[in-house]
Ligand binder design. Structure first.
Ligand code: APR
Ligand code: PHB
Length: 390
């Protein structure tokens, strides 16, 4: 087989890149380890920056998102029994975010790939990028009993944090940056009306909590839990009891609960690999970096990588100019680090850090009170939350 761009991973990054390249006439093949059902079964984030929404439209897959996604003009921060609104729209001169689940977005991307006749090969096993330092890289993989070779001009690793692409980079040519947190988020999805029309991020001495949503009838809730906890430790009753304790009374009192339809624990981690390119292998999305979910930046940072990379490939194939490809890693990382900073800051602002002492506790309280009292501080939060430009 031969294609121009071989893409490893059929999550949001790989599919969006594939669709954008196809629309510009650049041939590509996506190799995905799992079945489509498996990929669509994952419940992940749900807050899209405007830049992401713009890319979905450019990729001709934005119609359902525009119909069903909810525009959010602000969110709430709960602390010491009170709610404080961050007016995203007012603080950013009109910018907002779109609440639209990653599962829905991935479904739209798959349908877009089908509609254009794109090639997505599922259940591709033992995928391996090869000869990435040469002008003629290729990918080998297995499908059932068949061993297949895919020759390409470039390989893009969009295979998430546990994928194979990053492992291919020579260890002495890369630098890794990492912060591991001592807690995780326990998330629950329920078929109940959300407790609030806007997201509520709660700081509480028992730990962080988040009230989010997917639609008028589907709620997504999270609580901070120790990493040693597993889903089996948390019945639905225990989860909602704990969630209620961490929210202001006026919120807990109106919360409608129901059986969970999904429940999972996600550890919190910050990670970046530099550079995001070696030879003819490029990395994008979770394959190159991850953030704790507090600032809703994971998916959105994947989108900015895809934007820079698709633009660079278009410059190469359509204008014969490699300048953007040569600067891809640098451009992408500049924005990646800003998302890292913001995610770290918002995580530090709202979580309980059991290992920290009184001094850090006071700093956290002061940060929150500063935020409450300063329009400049709130504007900085809002600017980052709606997404820095790319
Ligand atoms: N071969 C082929 N495919 C692979 C391999 C492999 N060796 N390893 C992983 N994959 C696939 C996974 O099955 C998955 O479908 O790559 C895909 C990676 O998708 P994601 O992990 O979702 O990563 P990405 O597409 O970069 O999405 C951005 O932002 O909100 C965050 O973590 C959230 O998934 C989200 C991410
Ligand atoms: C979610 O709805 O899953 C969600 C929303 C906001 C976040 C993280 C997760 O910051």
């Amino acid at each position: 087989m031969r294609t121009q761009v071989g893409i490893i991973g059929g999550g949001p990054s790989g599919l969006l890149l594939s669709q954008l390249l196809h629309v510009r006439g650049i041939d590509n093949v996506v190799l995905e380890k799992h079945s489509r059902e498996h990929v669509l079964g994952r419940i992940r984030a749900g807050v899209l920056e405007r830049g992401f929404a713009r890319l979905m439209r450019e990729a001709q897959v934005g119609d359902r998102m525009d119909r069903e996604g909810q525009v959010h003009e602000g969110f709430q921060i709960a602390c010491n029994g009170t709610l404080d609104r961050i007016d995203l729209k007012g603080l950013t001169r009109g910018d907002t975010v779109l609440v639209y689940g990653q599962t829905e977005l991935t479904r739209d991307l798959y349908e877009g790939r089908d509609a254009l006749g794109g090639t997505v090969i599922h259940r591709a096993e033992e995928v391996e990028p090869r000869d990435i330092e040469t002008q003629a890289p290729y990918i080998t993989f297995r499908r059932g009993c068949e061993a297949i070779r895919l020759d390409c001009d470039y390989i893009v690793g969009c295979d998430g944090f546990h994928g194979v692409s990053r492992q291919t980079l020579p260890k002495h040519r890369v630098r890794e940056f990492e912060r591991v947190y001592s807690f995780g988020w326990l998330g629950v999805l329920t078929q109940t009306p959300p407790v609030s029309s806007e997201l509520i991020y709660a700081r509480h001495e028992r730990g962080f909590a988040l009230c989010s949503l997917r639609s008028a009838a589907l709620s997504r809730y999270y609580i901070q839990v120790p990493l040693t906890d597993s889903v089996d430790d948390w019945t639905d009753e225990r989860f909602f009891e704990e969630l209620r304790r961490r929210l202001p009374d006026q919120v807990s009192a109106t919360m409608v609960t129901g059986p969970s339809i999904e429940k999972s624990v996600a550890p919190l981690r910050s990670y970046v690999v530099e550079p995001m390119r070696h030879g003819r292998l490029f990395l994008a999305g979770d394959a190159a970096h991850i953030v704790p979910p507090t600032g809703a930046k994971g998916l959105n940072t994947a989108a900015s990588d895809v934007h820079y990379l698709h633009e660079a490939l278009v410059h190469h194939y359509i204008h014969g100019d490699d300048g953007c490809l040569d600067h891809y890693s640098e451009r992408a990382l500049a924005r990646v680090w800003k998302a890292q900073r913001f995610s770290w800051w918002m995580t530090a602002l709202l979580h309980r850090f059991p290992e920290r002492g009184d001094y850090d506790q006071r700093l956290q309280e002061t940060e929150l009170s500063y935020l409450r009292s300063s329009d400049v501080a709130r504007a900085s939060l809002a600017e980052n939350y709606v997404g820095l430009p790319f």
